[in-house]
Design a protein around this ligand. Structure first.
Ligand code: FAD
Ligand code: EPU
Length: 336
């Protein structure tokens, strides 16, 4: 195990922010992980667990140890005629897990194709896209508390999943390290094709295959989301706000073409991208920061944006949405 000091994190966060960590280590196995956490905790150092760095905005240098987790492995734990239970090491790339499922015709995560990052981070904000969420296939996860290294498994119920939320993003933020995640995938075809962008797939009817769903999702995503390998970004900067029925009625009076969606739990969600676009931000650039011209909710770094310039820009967006619609946007990205 080799600790590096004063280490640049620019290539390890998809926003491409140029910050350094006091200490840095890459970890390939779980026993090293525990050892290093124990050692640096006892020295009183802060610890940040880093996966793919695709949902982070570094606002300053990290004064502690950054652990880059790259443990790999996807194993089948059990299966029957209907389903399969897989166990994945936390450092495994999320999209590798989706590719594995699609290759084997295990259904349930094909709509989550091409989401960047690791499977260890997927439960943190209960990743979601195109009508599917991690919690729909989640079985359990294993990990340990950083304070005392005590191991614990979390079931679906204990994980308190919500829209872009879980116990790991709230109460246990930076206090619990996820080392592996179990998913239960179906062997029976059961596609979710109600999302607007999937209308073309529905036309294929009986000819739909899991591979066609994955390919279509990838095509849609590539048409509107910037590739983080080319343009710095961390996906949606804000969450889509949830409002009450009364608020909706008032807003529709003022904005008859307001788009809104009712989620299965009957909450009303507004697309933050629409609110931001209506305030005139879509495609707008200040220095090297911009709202992406194809998806206003994605904030991009053209190259040399500082975290301060991103914070100023996104605060201006937030202020204008409050003043036009009376809605306060909540950030989705994790700040450090
Ligand atoms: P990181 O950014 O490395 O970490 C995020 C947080 O999780 C940090 O607080 C970190 O400390 C913590 N963490 C990471 N791993 C662990 C672990 N093993 N144990 C404990 N804590 C951990 N998200 C969606 O939900 N849906 C989308 O459609 C989507 N599209 C995106 C598109 C683009 C272009 C980009 C750049 C991002 C997108 N995201 C999306 C956001 C991001 O991909 C997800 O949040 C992803 O799960 C982050 O994974 P990561 O490994 O990069 O996490
Ligand atoms: N819209 C606009 N202008 C824009 C962008 C969006 O008017 O510039 C409106 C349109 O009405 C569109 C609607 O917003 O129909 C929804 O847009 P889109 O389908 O692109 O999805 P989103 O709500 O903006 C969410 C997730 C994405 C996820 C997509 C697909 C959040 C915060 N974001 O975005 O997740 O990929 O749905 O399911 O919930 C992420 O979390 O980082 C992320 C990219």
């Amino acid at each position: 195990m080799k600790i590096k000091e004063n280490y640049s994190l620019q290539e390890l966060n998809t926003f491409k922010i140029d910050v350094k960590s006091k200490y840095f280590i890459e970890i390939e196995n779980e026993s090293d992980l525990k050892e290093i956490v124990k050692e640096y905790k006892s020295k009183g150092e802060k610890i940040l667990l880093l996966g793919g760095g695709s949902n982070i905005l570094f606002t300053k240098d990290f004064d502690g140890l950054v652990v880059h987790l790259i443990t790999k492995g996807i194993d089948i734990v059990s299966q029957d005629d209907d389903s399969v239970l897989i166990d994945c090491k936390a450092g495994e790339e999320w999209d590798e897990v989706v590719q594995f499922a699609v290759n084997n015709e295990y259904y349930g995560i094909e709509n989550l194709s091409l989401i960047p990052g690791t499977i260890g981070a997927a439960p943190i904000q209960n990743i979601g896209a195109y009508g599917a969420e991690l919690k729909d296939v989640f079985y359990s996860l294993d990990g340990f508390y950083t304070a005392d290294l005590v191991e614990k498994s979390f079931s679906l119920g204990e994980s308190e999943f919500g829209y872009r939320d879980s116990i790991f993003k709230s109460e246990l933020k930076d206090k619990f390290i996820i080392t592996s995640v179990k998913l239960r995938l179906s062997k029976e075809k059961n596609f979710k094709l109600n999302y607007r962008d999937l209308a073309d797939l529905n036309k294929l009817r009986k000819n739909i295959t899991i591979k066609k769903v994955r390919d279509h999702i990838i095509k849609v995503r590539e048409s509107k989301l910037p590739n983080p390998k080319v343009i710095g970004n961390a996906g949606s900067f804000y969450k889509n706000p949830e409002i009450s029925a009364k608020q909706l009625t008032n807003l529709i009076d003022q904005n008859p073409d307001l788009p809104y969606f009712k989620s299965p739990d009957r909450k009303i969600k507004l697309p933050a991208g629409w609110l931001i676009e209506q305030c005139g931000w879509k495609g707008k650039r200040e220095g090297d920061v911009a709202s992406y011209h194809r998806q206003a909710l994605i904030i991009i770094n053209y190259g040399n944006a500082t975290s301060q310039s991103i914070l100023n820009f996104t605060q201006e967006i937030k202020d204008s949405v409050i003043s036009k619609f009376g809605i306060e946007l909540e950030t989705e990205v994790n700040f450090y």
